[in-house]
Design a protein around this ligand. Sequence first.
Ligand SMILES: *Cc1c(COP(=O)(O)O)cnc(C)c1O
Ligand SMILES: [Zn+2]
Length: 388
Amino acid sequence: MKYICNLCKRTYAPDKTLWRCKCGGLFDLVDFDIRFDLEKIQSRSKDIWRYREALPFAQQFDGSSSVSLGEGGTPMVALSPDLPDIFVKLDFLMPTLSFKDRGAAVLITKAQELGAKFIVADSSGNAGTSIAAYANRAGMECEIYVPDRTSSKKIKQISAHGAKVCPVPGSREDTAKAAQEAVRKKEAFYASHVYNPFFYQGTKTYAYEIWEQLRKAPDVVVVPVGNGTLLLGAYYGFKELLEWGLINKMPRLLAVQAEGCAPIARAFDAMKDEAHPVVNTGTAAEGIAIADPPRSRQILAAVRETRGVVVTAPEAAIPDARITLAKKGFYVEPTTAATYAGFVEYVRKCTSGKLPVDQNLFPSNPFELNHHGTTVVIPLCGAGLKAD
Ligand SMILES: *Cc1c(COP(=O)(O)O)cnc(C)c1O
Ligand SMILES: [Zn+2]
């Protein structure tokens, strides 16, 4: 198993201090032969480790050395009883209350295998919380860099898990720079959900679970996008299922950004291969407010390959979306309400007859009672108790 630079294609053996190519490119993973065993997974507990043969560890890995809090196996239920084709997957029911635990469990297990003792990460909140919890469980020292305006509840959660919280003034990108500087100075393991490709090997279990729960691929998978860690994970996961013949088509990806910070949506609309940095003009969706996402090229390529679209959530619709979801029984944080608001807004466009056919993922309205047609899965990624 090797890191490969996505610019110059140079390869490296994974190592505890390496996180970016000499040329500045980002790493992907190559050369690992993986596939889970259909029979074996049936008899195992419902966490991400049931798919362990498909996770990036040695053949003899039996899961016993994993750094785990029982993450994965989240319920998937109908949005409401009269809407049987719109599913929500409750990833906010994870150990640290967000989907990031899928990635953090795999990444910290790998860090442990590589002998890492000191962990640094940067995050807008939830990834840092998750890394802090797993690093502490593995007995590692941990520092988490966050923008200084991060929700106070997320900051408390990170420090409660035993990490040192380092608030950084300025943009989300300034926070990343501060973390990278600390990694360099302290020779730390950079447990970045953005740069470290092992994180995506954890988030791909999101796709595996949807397939197991639906017994097929849904038509459309909605995903919030900031840095794209769930989007790319879902894409890799479904792609593997397709290669293994377990599904017969890729779901179309409906990526949602926040109106106030939407570099990927802009690049998608302008038919560009890569996003240009934008200025974050403010959004309640702090978890997806990424002005300069390093993996924009991969995100855009994945969406286009599935004949998907990138849309934005109207800022004004976020508070109402949060109330709507809570009334259906799902108390989520504003970033997750934004995902839902983006979906609702996009369905409205589809049914208004104004979209070109190739961009219309919902030719018939999924909100019509007893609709039977397009199956869609929406992730509810972060818990309501994380925010005010
Ligand atoms: C991290 C996060 C996102 C966005 O994920 P990216 O990997 O940045 O695309 C969305 N919602 C919640 C609740 C998150 O924690
Ligand atoms: Zn390179």
